[in-house]
Every structure is written in structure tokens, then in C-alpha cells.
Write a protein of this length. Structure first.
Length: 891
């Protein structure tokens, strides 16, 4: 408990009319929820909500819910509002940004209960309650029902206070103008912690309709197959959603059950409004353009679908129960009144006791009303920008950057955030702050470097000049990459993966990318995207294209002319001398150099092979333990094992047949089981490959168990930690202590812990998890060899992988690093036959020869793989599967 009962204020008992029952309408056997795996009736949902409500207690308390689009999250939310507990929904994705935001809000507002609803269990055992005190320390106004961030997420320190009346009236109003029926079913295309996403859920449940809970993107084919299977009737989107739909060919596959589509979260271009309104007319669904703010509990206006084509560009009319006035003559600030106007803001916990302090909402938008009664937004009255569905204060953006030591100016440029800094070296850091603290994707903002910030004659910041400068930069001719980003990425995958059949809906993983090909792909993709997203192998090409980061500009705004004047094209910036590269690629290249150079006696720095095991485990989960189906996971793992095993068996077997140097058990990669276990011999030379291959097979067998597969999806870090503990325990049993003897250092059961350690690092996506993973590194490696330097190499590499997944490296080194990392397996495989005859003469020459042969074999294998791929695609379809094994071997 955070505090004792003695420190609590007088408890606020639940009043009979304080709670909001969003499940009041409908019979127990009516459908309430569908997911990819199950359905749930209203009766079943009511039972779960009642159980969770009892867990929260009969005293009104401040409740924070960490949520995803899952059954558990929905149950926790419904239980809180039904019990009259003021609730704040938080992003439960587990990202660094979400965790930092959560900690900040917990520290500032001090909730009484924190509920983790980010799972998706079949019972309330999936909900985890952290009761920080038995009652409440807060004075809670009787009408106070909910807290939420202003218009999605602003980075601002204040929250919006909403009442039960706000939630209920807005949901009822939305249901009325949408004409919702009990057989409507909305797919959750937006997160429920976002006010727009939550309003979809509220309006449907309140009227007896149902929701299909999913976290899939609209560009995911599985989203649409689920949509059809469950008979969903609607989805919602922000402007970016409709960009994705356009690229995904939505017009060619409109679901037959679709009744209405809603759009909010920012202005959609008039042409796009007309396009989707016309599409709706042709396919018998209604397209609603809506306008709102969180301060109005989501919605204030909507454009009737029958007017959308003719009156695109307007926000329409007030929602039922609401009204507008314009503070001015023809144009002025738009002011809204209605029962959904927020109670007020909460800047600290003391504001929770306040009642309704507002009767109308000043929107900050400049508007005019047309003769037909429709309203149109013509500008902003203050320094706010609404981009990617998020409304944020430009002043707050500057404050966040200043806190990070970056002096910056932020402006709104055509509903896009543009940030200026005073030196090029600040551009990457500014991008990171904006992406992490505000949650914006790279395409939603731009960062430029200027020599000085322009000012007006009166000495005030000259935003107009900066805006004009940002527009010129945005519309300047690109240097070379004139093709659409998605096509450039598709061509890259087609070339490097030997898959000219790649489409914009494919990903590195779906195209059977592996640890051998990811090196070159990651480097060249990094040149397009800037800093690669951590989950880039799983992202579809069109999703990666959406985050392509333009190169930072270093042009000058100080002498820029005012908006509307003609100016010169911005000067081209000098190409930076360094570039971003994944740490795993660098470690892979460094490790193979250490391995070969140590074997040839050029140096004596051991530890590279065991570090390479951790890197292999790190990449294992990124490429193979993905969000794919269970069967696809198992197949992918076995295929990855084959990609290593087949060329290894061919090479080792060939050497064994021609020289008799290796035993059959070594050629079969079974020396660790069938070979001599007491002393080192040449039969142990391929222990590293045996460890990787049999670990892949073991993981495949483990994930073939359905409940293990489900557990891993719900608790990816938890399973990795459990497996590491088991692997460490197995190692202790095998070697009888901490330090391993000579051959024990290479046995599969002794070294599998290093592979699983890399797995754990890959799943460490929060600060807490990285700290746990770092502690695990310090447990697994030290003492194993009894050689401090060797152990330090492994520890340093693993910690670098954990804390710095991307590093800046000199561009001049990139080609060499890429070749070394990409060819590492073939160098390791072949160098045993290359260096022995040469090392006595020259260790340096032996090292160079080992790399030369390995690189040539790698290049030949890659060329063979691409040739087989071309032949395979030319075969009739039934014959293709027969060639997959050969293709995998060549790769």
C-alpha cells in the first residue's frame, strides 16, 4: 500500500446515480463483443464487468487503466464507469513512450488503483489490480466520471475532466445522427485510450449494438477477413487512416456488410471527402465527416452524408443537443454549447473536487457559417496544430525540446508540424524527442536546421517567415528518390530477397527474409527511413513507406521573404559523414572478425562466438517469433534452421567425403550428442552452428504447443525471462556450477542461455525490462569462462544491444561492415579449411584469406538462391512448393 488508511480523506461512497451503465440496453443473449478468437454476449460481458466492479470496491476511487483494444481493457473501463470511479485510460502498448507517459501521470495525479487491462484473458484473472491504498485520498466531485488527454495527446500537462452526463449525452448524440441499430458492429480501428476510439465503443454499447475488438491495421488483409467473418458494419478513421486505405486499394474490396464510415481527428482534404462519399454512394454505405475536440467529449459537428460530395470542406451542423455561435461578425472564433462540454481541466489532483466550470467551449478555431447553415473552419486562433489526429500546443512542443537542451521554434504548416533548430547536429535529437514524447510518426512532422530564428520588426518571433520557409522546403524538388517510397522499398526487397513478386502488403518476414539477408536490407532501408523502427521486419512495405523521414534541411530562414513572395530554391545540404546502422549488424561484423582473427593467432580476444549467439537470439524473435499465426511461426523457425543446416551439411559433408577430416556425426550436426564429450577436437569446430540450429528446432517445438504460443503473445517478455531462467538452470546442472570446462563451453545445453539472452533483450521494450535484461546479462555471462576479458566482450556487446539498438557509424565503413556481417555464417563455415595451411607463414594473410573465401562462397550462394527463386517463380503453381527446400538451402 502506498499510504495507510489513517492518511485518507473521508471516503466518497458510490451514489446510486453516479455510475454509468453502458450495457443497460439489450438482452443477455445479445452479442456484445467479437474478437479474432471468440464472441461474448451482453450477459457474459455484464458478468465480467460486475466481477471487476466488485474488485474495485464500493468506495469511489481514482482508477487508471492501462489498455489495449482487448476484452480485458474494455471490462476494466466499463467496470470503472459503472461503479462511479473516475477513470483515465492509458496506452497499454508497453512502448517506452507509453511507459514514460504513464509514470508521469501516476506521479502527478496519484491514482488509488491501477488496473493492467492490456491482456485478453477469458476471465477476470487477466485483469491485474494494483491497489495503492484501501480507499481514496482524493476529493471526487459526484459528477466526475473520466479523465483524458486533450484531443488525443498533446504533451500538455493538463487533463480533461468529463462527467457522466458528458459521456452519456455524447454517445447518445452520435448514435442518433449515425442511426445506430442493435445489429450494428463497429471494428476498433483506433485505440480506445484515444477519445475518438472510445466514443465509437460508447455509442455502440449504449444503444445495444456491438463492437469487434481488434488492434490490426486497415492495411492488414487479416483485418478485412475478420471484418467480413464477424459481419462488422462500420469503422472509424483519422486522415492518415484514409491515406492507408487509398494505398491498400480499399475501393476494390469494400465489405458487403459495411453501413457507415466515420472520419475525424483532423481535416480530410475536400477531394478525399468527395471520393469516399462517392464510394459510399456506389457501395451503399454512408460517409460521415465529423468535427470535435476532447473538451467536448469527442464530437461537436457532423456533415450529413447526403451533403458530403456537394459541401466537402465544411464541418456540417452541430450534433443533436449542441449549438454553435461565432464570436464575431462574418468570421470569428467558433464557440460550442451542449451537454457534452467538459467539466473543466485538471492540472493537479486538487481539481478533482471541482464541478462544472464551463457552460460553453471556445474551440480556438476561426469559422464562418454559410447561408445553408453549414459551418466551415477557416483557420486557428492560437498556436495549436492538429496533425495525425492529435491536437497539440506549439508552445508545449518548444518547451519539451528546451527541456532536452534544444532551442527550437515550432509552427503549423498546412496541418503539419514543422520544427526549426539552430544547427544540423540538433536535428536527429529533435526528431527523437518529438517522436517519443508526442507519439508522432516521422511523416507527420519535419525538422529543419536554420542559422538564426527570424524576428519581426518589433522583435517578436516571425512565424510567418518560418511557415513560408517550411512550405518551400516541403515542395522543393527531391534530390533523387522521386519514386513513391513504397515502390522504392518494394524494389529494395525484390532485389535483396530475390522476390520480384513482392507487393506493398508484404513485409521482410512475410517474404522469408532471414538473418543472412537482413544485414544488407537493414542498412539500405536505414538510408531511406533514417532510424529504423525496432519492429521493421514485421511492418508491411506500405507501413514503412509512411514513416520515411526526409533528410534534414539546413537552409536559412533568417533572410527568407514573407509568405507569398518569390524566393530562391533552398540550398542543398552537405551529406553527413555518418549514418545510422543497427547495432546487431555491427556486432555481427565485429564478432566474426574476432572469431577468425583469434583462430589464426593474429590476436587473442575471445568471446566473439558467444556474443554472436546472443545476436542470433536477438534476431530470432524479430524474424521468426512474430505476430504471424502459430503454424506460420513454427514453419518459419524450421525453415530458418534449414537455411543454416543445409549449406552446413553440404560443406562439412563434402569436406568429410574428400578428406575424411570429419566424422559422420559432425556432418550431421550431431557432434554435441554423438561425438566425444570429454576433450576438444576438430569435430567440435561447428558447435556454434549446432547450437543455433537445435535452438531453432527447440523453439519451434515449444511454440507448437498452443498454450505456450498464446502465453508468448500475451507475455512476450515474461516467456523470454522464464526460458532464460530454465536455460540457466539447465546449464548449472550440466556443468555442475558457474564455470564451464573446455568442451562444456560449447555444448548446446551450456550455451543455449546466450541465445535466449538475446531473445530477452529483443523483448525488452521498456526501461524496466531493459534494466531486468541488463541484470540478466550480468548473471549469465560473468564466471562462465573464468576469463574476464572474454566475459567482458560478451557483456559489453549484450548491453550495447540492449541500450543502443542503433549506432552512428562513418559512411566510409558501411560497405565493409555490411559484407562482413552478411557473409559471417559462410566465413565461419569455411575458414576452418582455409587458415591452417597459411597461419604458420602469416596470421594476417591467413585471416584475409579466410574472409576472402567465405565472402566468395556467400556471394555464390546468394546468386544461386536468386537464380533458383527465378526458376521457382516460373514453375506452375503446384511445383513451387517442391522447390522451396532447394531455395532455402541456396539462401
Amino acid at each position: 500500500m502506498a499510504e495507510t488508511t489513517a492518511t485518507l480523506r473521508l471516503p466518497t461512497r458510490i451514489l446510486p446515480d453516479v455510475g454509468l451503465d453502458l450495457l443497460a440496453v439489450g438482452a443477455d443473449d445479445d452479442l456484445a463483443i467479437t474478437t479474432a478468437e471468440r464472441t461474448m454476449t451482453r450477459g457474459e460481458l455484464r458478468d465480467r464487468v460486475d466481477d471487476a466492479r466488485r474488485s474495485l470496491g464500493d468506495i469511489r476511487r481514482l482508477v487508471f487503466v492501462s489498455c489495449t483494444n482487448s476484452v480485458d481493457s474494455l471490462v476494466a473501463y466499463l467496470a470503472a464507469v459503472a461503479g462511479g470511479h473516475p477513470v483515465l485510460l492509458l496506452d497499454g502498448s508497453g512502448s517506452d513512450q507509453a511507459e514514460a507517459h504513464r509514470r508521469n501521470l501516476v506521479d502527478r495525479f496519484d491514482p488509488d488503483v491501477i488496473v493492467d487491462g492490456s491482456g485478453d484473458g477469458d476471465g477476470n484473472d487477466g485483469l491485474r489490480f494494483e491497489e495503492r491504498r484501501p480507499g481514496t485520498r482524493h476529493a471526487l466531485h459526484p459528477e466526475f466520471a473520466m479523465l483524458t488527454s486533450t484531443s488525443g495527446s498533446t504533451g500538455s500537462p493538463k487533463l480533461v475532466r468529463l462527467s457522466r452526463c458528458n459521456l452519456e449525452s455524447n454517445a447518445a448524440s452520435i448514435a442518433e445522427y449515425l442511426g445506430l441499430r442493435s445489429d450494428d458492429r463497429a471494428a476498433t480501428t483506433l485505440p480506445m485510450h484515444y477519445c475518438y476510439g472510445l466514443s465509437v465503443i460508447n455509442s455502440h454499447l449504449l444503444t445495444g449494438a456491438s463492437v469487434h475488438l481488434t488492434a490490426r491495421s486497415v492495411v492488414d488483409p487479416l483485418f478485412w477477413s475478420e471484418f467480413d467473418r464477424v459481419g462488422a458494419t462500420s469503422f472509424a478513421g483519422v486522415p492518415y487512416t484514409f491515406e492507408l486505405l487509398e494505398g491498400a486499394g480499399f475501393a476494390d474490396r469494400v465489405p458487403a456488410t459495411l453501413r457507415h464510415v466515420t472520419q475525424a481527428g483532423g481535416r480530410l482534404p475536400a477531394d478525399a471527402v468527395r471520393h469516399y462519399a462517392g464510394l459510399g454512394r456506389d457501395h451503399d454505405f454512408r460517409f460521415f465527416v465529423m468535427y470535435g475536440q476532447t473538451e467536448a467529449t469527442a464530437r461537436m459537428a457532423y456533415l450529413p452524408p447526403e451533403l458530403a460530395e456537394a459541401r466537402a470542406g465544411t464541418i456540417g451542423v452541430p450534433i443533436p443537443g449542441g449549438s454553435f455561435r461565432i464570436d464575431g461578425d462574418d468570421e470569428g472564433e467558433l464557440v460550442y454549447s451542449g451537454p457534452n462540454v467538459m467539466m473543466g481541466y485538471a492540472e493537479d489532483a486538487g481539481d478533482f473536487a471541482l464541478g462544472q466550470v464551463l457552460t460553453e467551449l471556445r474551440t480556438g478555431d476561426i469559422a464562418r457559417q454559410h447561408d445553408d447553415g453549414l459551418y466551415e473552419i477557416v483557420g486557428r486562433s492560437s498556436r495549436f496544430v492538429k496533425t495525425f489526429g492529435l491536437r497539440m500546443s506549439l508552445d508545449r512542443v518548444e518547451e519539451l525540446l528546451l527541456e532536452a537542451g534544444i532551442d527550437a521554434r515550432a509552427v503549423a504548416c498546412d496541418e503539419r508540424l514543422a520544427v526549426f533548430v539552430r544547427a544540423e547536429r540538433f536535428v536527429p535529437a529533435a526528431r527523437d524527442v518529438i517522436a517519443q514524447r508526442l507519439g508522432l510518426p516521422a511523416h507527420a512532422f519535419a525538422v529543419h536546421a536554420v542559422d538564426r530564428f527570424p524576428r519581426t520588426a518589433s522583435g517578436k518571433p516571425d512565424d510567418a517567415t518560418l511557415i513560408a520557409h517550411a512550405r518551400r522546403l516541403e515542395h522543393a524538388e527531391p534530390d533523387d528518390a522521386t519514386a513513391p517510397a513504397s515502390e522504392r522499398i518494394r524494389e529494395l526487397y525484390a532485389e535483396l530477397l530475390g522476390r520480384p513478386d513482392a507487393t506493398a502488403d508484404d513485409s521482410f518476414v512475410s517474404l522469408d527474409g532471414d538473418s543472412l539477408s537482413y544485414v544488407e536490407v537493414s542498412v539500405r532501408l536505414g538510408r531511406m527511413l533514417g532510424t529504423l523502427p525496432r519492429d521493421w521486419p514485421e511492418r508491411r512495405i506500405r507501413e514503412l513507406a509512411a514513416v520515411v523521414a526526409p533528410e534534414p534541411s539546413t537552409t536559412t530562414a533568417e533572410t527568407a521573404e514573407p509568405a507569398g513572395t518569390n524566393t530562391k530554391t533552398p540550398r542543398r545540404r552537405r551529406r553527413p559523414r555518418t549514418t545510422s546502422m543497427e547495432t546487431s549488424v555491427l556486432l555481427r561484423a565485429a564478432a566474426i572478425v574476432l572469431i577468425v582473427a583469434t583462430h589464426t593467432d593474429l590476436i587473442d580476444v575471445k568471446g566473439g562466438a558467444h556474443l554472436l549467439l546472443a545476436v542470433a537470439g536477438y534476431n530470432l524473435v524479430r524474424f521468426r517469433v512474430t505476430g504471424a499465426s502459430g503454424a506460420a511461426r513454427v514453419t518459419g523457425l524450421l525453415r530458418a534452421a534449414a537455411w543454416i543446416a543445409v549449406p552446413a551439411v553440404i560443406w562439412i559433408g563434402g569436406v568429410a567425403l574428400t578428406t575424411g577430416f570429419y566424422d559422420p556425426s559432425t556432418a550431421a550436426l550431431l557432434n554435441g550428442v554423438l561425438g566425444q564429450q570429454s576433450v576438444w577436437s576438430e569435430q567440435w569446430q561447428f558447435w556454434f552452428l549446432e547450437a543455433i540450429i537445435w535452438t531453432l528446432v527447440g523453439v519451434a517445438a515449444l511454440l507448437a504447443i498452443p498454450w505456450v504460443d498464446r502465453f508468448e503473445r500475451r507475455h512476450p517478455f515474461g516467456l523470454a525471462f522464464i526460458l532464460l531462467a530454465a536455460a540457466f538452470a539447465a546449464r548449472m546442472l550440466v556443468i555442475g556450477g558457474i564455470e564451464a570446462e573446455r568442451v562444456e563451453r560449447y555444448a548446446v545445453l551450456s550455451v543455449v542461455a546466450f541465445v535466449v539472452l538475446g531473445w530477452l533483450i529483443a523483448r525488452a521494450d521498456t526501461l524496466t525490462r531493459r534494466l531486468i535484461a541488463s541484470a540478466a546479462v550480468l548473471v549469465v555471462a560473468p564466471g562462465f569462462f573464468g576469463e574476464p576479458l572474454r566475459e567482458a566482450i560478451v557483456v559489453a556487446g549484450c548491453l550495447l544491444l540492449c541500450w543502443m539498438p542503433v549506432l552512428r557509424v562513418p559512411r566510409v565503413l558501411v560497405p565493409a561492415v555490411v559484407v562482413l556481417a552478411a557473409s559471417s555464417m559462410y566465413v565461419y563455415l569455411t575458414h576452418w579449411q582455409v587458415y591452417p595451411p597459411i597461419e604458420e607463414v602469416s596470421p594476417a594473410l591467413a585471416t584475409l584469406a579466410s574472409f576472402a573465401v567465405g565472402i566468395v562462397v556467400w556471394w555464390l550462394a546468394r546468386a544461386a538462391g536468386q537464380g533458383i527463386a527465378r526458376i521457382t517463380r516460373a514453375m506452375p503453381t503446384p511445383s513451387r512448393s517442391k522447390a522451396k527446400g532447394l531455395l532455402a538451402s541456396a539462401r
